[in-house]
Ligand binder design. Structure first.
Ligand code: FMN
Ligand code: SF4
Length: 638
């Protein structure tokens, strides 16, 4: 990095944006240390404390807080997120135990469309690809991690051996139609045609079909990509480039529109960007739906010369994965959004807080950052880096995230002050979800007016729906807000065999299938139905949906992930677990249900952040909608 030309650094090359707050860099150092030499002993902890200008007690506190820093971490990990649970993850765990293996439980790997997920050892080899020669044919296969789970890497390996020497094999992001993955696309007549799902043993026959021109004769032939019904029915503002080219092919990405929004933003200047984002009605996609323009204007109004843009790529809600898909398939969309946000508020530095469960995304994003910097897209006033999380769900909450970025336990901060005034290292900071930032780039590229005309009055633009679990067709689709949520799910995924749907992540609500037909797909529509849109996750459960088992699972999860800062959540989640274990079992006591109701009122009304505030949401909706599963004095255990 050219530190001289970056005003974020002083003459000694020390980052001006880091006032050296005690502990900064500690989590990174601990991760490295524990990986290389195991858990530090008391002497080493004291040394680490001195190196990081903090106390031994705080170092111990950090080690104990983050699951990635835990002792005895197993090499085998099984995802117990809702999408994987609905697809038999419990059976995977039991089978491992029966074979004498210990597995760590993780709560989402973002590969929800291809679960249940068991990770034994991460492969560090890059996806197989081949650059061809002019005149050769071009083949395209997704290297998105969910596609890889579905067999795309095996397919690519067979393909690269089979294609001619002049032919190229390009590894792309996924188009989000996971029921058709692994898919092979071929450049033909100025467009793309697709085959899918293609088994590796079908590679030869795909070639024969392409060579002979008898495409329709092949069972896996899908037709031109642009004509696929599920592509045609979408409005892909942020997903538009996914699947088109390699994520790190900057020049192709630019031909497809990457950084066109930034060029427009630089013409408009700060006020113009703010006006565009407000006119398009951009609301945060991380869960709360907070107006981005409001937050950005507040930060822009601050006089500090050092400000930050933080991209929240923690994506902890099981059943959601669009942030990962975007970073793996079109990382420049995020980088562009971050530079635009920085131009709008006058920020000098960007941090991406990326969850550790996404190692492939980190590699792709780092290369994209280096490429964008190398060709001068950052300008002379901005730079950015990736910070990897350490396995704490609550660190997706923006102030816990800032604490974690500063090297501490991810405990939620009381507000005010808000991050826009007093955020990272005490400087004005805007924290936005990956999708929000990518959406900002799309707004600048497409224009605020056409984007603002899409959707409903209060939810403008497009929504990315991730529909997974026990559905015939797991997909990720981008459509304008509005219309029936149930209709979308039926049209895109089919709901045969589905008995319950979780909307908006673990803090969201449960719906019976038919209920969603009358629910509008918008922030206000879900709110009116007693739920929340969250990050756009729809996890479908099949006939084996067990209401009691799920509420216990959620409350165990919240109790484990509570940051512990406020009493209603720290203690409330524990008491709720105890009550939920009794209610509906033979051990239920008189008054347990009233107590649970009181607890709901206290937690919802007085918790410091939405983890405690919404923790009873899924419990309440499940107990209301499946009362038979909680019938008093039920003997049956989950
Ligand atoms: C427990 C909890 C977890 C959260 N996890 C995430 C997350 O993984 N990603 C995210 O963008 N926002 C998450 N949020 C919301 C953030 O606090 C914040 O609202 C968001 O990053 C702001 O960005 P936006 O306005 O672009 O949505 C979480 C909130 C809570 C309470
Ligand atoms: S509600 Fe829970 S997670 Fe949020 S601040 Fe309180 S203890 Fe921490």
């Amino acid at each position: 990095m050219d530190v001289e030309s970056n005003s974020g650094y002083d003459l000694q090359g020390r980052p001006a944006w880091d006032p050296g707050r005690p502990g900064h860099g500690l989590i990174k150092a601990l991760r490295r240390e524990i990986r290389a030499s195991g858990m530090p002993d008391a002497g080493r902890i004291r040394e680490l404390a001195t190196e990081h200008q903090t106390t031994a007690a705080k170092v111990r506190g950090v080690i104990g807080y983050y699951s990635d820093l835990a002792k005895d971490a197993s090499n085998i990990k099984v995802c117990m997120g809702e999408a994987c649970r609905s697809r038999g993850a419990a059976g995977v765990l039991t089978a491992l135990g029966d074979d004498g293996n210990h597995a760590d439980i993780i709560h989402c790997t973002g590969r929800c469309a291809s679960g249940p997920i068991k990770i034994e050892k991460r492969s560090s080899s890059p996806p197989v690809a081949r650059a061809g020669l002019p005149g050769g044919r071009s083949f395209f296969v997704s290297a998105d991690t969910a596609s890889v789970e579905l067999g795309s890497e095996r397919l690519a390996k067979r393909l690269v051996d089979a294609i001619g020497e002049d032919d190229s094999l390009v590894r792309t992001g996924s188009r989000g139609l996971f029921h058709l993955e692994p898919m092979v696309e071929v450049e033909a007549g100025g467009g793309r045609i697709a085959f899918g799902p293609v088994d590796e043993d079908e590679v030869e026959s795909v070639f024969e079909a392409v060579d002979s021109g008898d495409l329709d004769g092949h069972d896996r032939f899908l037709g031109p990509v642009a004509e696929l019904a599920l592509i045609k029915s979408q409005t892909r503002l942020v997903m538009g480039r996914l699947g088109d080219c390699a994520p790190n092919d900057l020049s192709s990405m630019r031909q497809l529109g990457a950084y066109a929004g930034l060029a427009k933003a630089r013409e408009l200047g700060s006020e113009g960007i703010l006006t565009a984002v407000e006119a398009a009605g951009l609301r945060g996609r991380g869960g709360a739906g907070f107006p981005a323009g409001f937050k950005w204007r507040a930060a822009a109004a601050e006089s500090s010369t050092v400000k930050y843009v933080v991209a929240n790529a923690d994506e902890g809600d099981a059943g959601t994965f669009i942030d990962r898909m975007l970073i793996e398939g079109d990382p420049h969309a995020l980088i562009e959004g971050m530079i635009i946000a920085a131009e709008a508020v006058g920020a000098t530095y960007g941090h991406v807080y990326l969850r550790s469960e996404y190692p492939e995304a980190r590699i792709i994003l780092q290369r994209a950052i280096d490429d964008a910097r190398a060709v001068g897209l950052f300008g002379s006033l901005f730079d950015m880096e990736i910070n990897v999380g350490a396995g704490a769900y609550v660190c997706g909450e923006e102030t816990a995230l800032l604490e974690s970025l500063e090297g501490r336990r991810g405990e939620v901060r009381a507000r005010p002050p808000f991050p826009a005034q007093d955020g990272l290292f005490g400087k004005p900071t805007i924290v936005n979800n990956v999708l929000t930032l990518a959406m900002a780039a799309a707004i600048l590229r497409e224009g605020a007016e056409p984007v603002g005309l899409l959707g409903t009055e209060k939810s403008k633009g497009t929504v990315v729906a991730q529909i997974v679990g026990a559905v015939p067709q797991p997909v990720c689709v981008e459509v304008p807000f509005g219309g029936s949520a149930g209709r979308l799910l039926r049209d895109c995924s089919g709901l045969e065999g589905v008995s319950a749907i979780q909307v908006g992540g673990p803090l969201g609500s449960m719906f019976r299938v038919d209920e969603l037909d009358d629910v509008e797909l918008s922030f206000e529509g879900l709110a009116k139905a007693g739920g929340l849109l969250g990050h756009g996750g729809f996890v479908c459960y099949g006939d084996d949906f067990s209401p009691r088992a799920e509420v216990l699972h959620w409350m165990d999860f919240f109790a484990a992930e509570s940051c512990g800062k406020c009493t209603p959540c720290r203690i409330g989640t524990q008491r709720a677990r105890e009550l939920l274990r009794r209610i509906g079992s033979g051990e239920e006591r008189a008054g347990d249900r009233d107590l649970l109701g009181d607890l709901d009122e206290v937690m919802s009304g007085t918790s410091l952040c939405a983890l405690g505030g919404l923790a009873m949401n899924p419990v309440r909706s499940t107990m209301q909608k499946w009362p038979e599963a909680f019938a008093a004095n039920r003997e049956k255990q989950p």
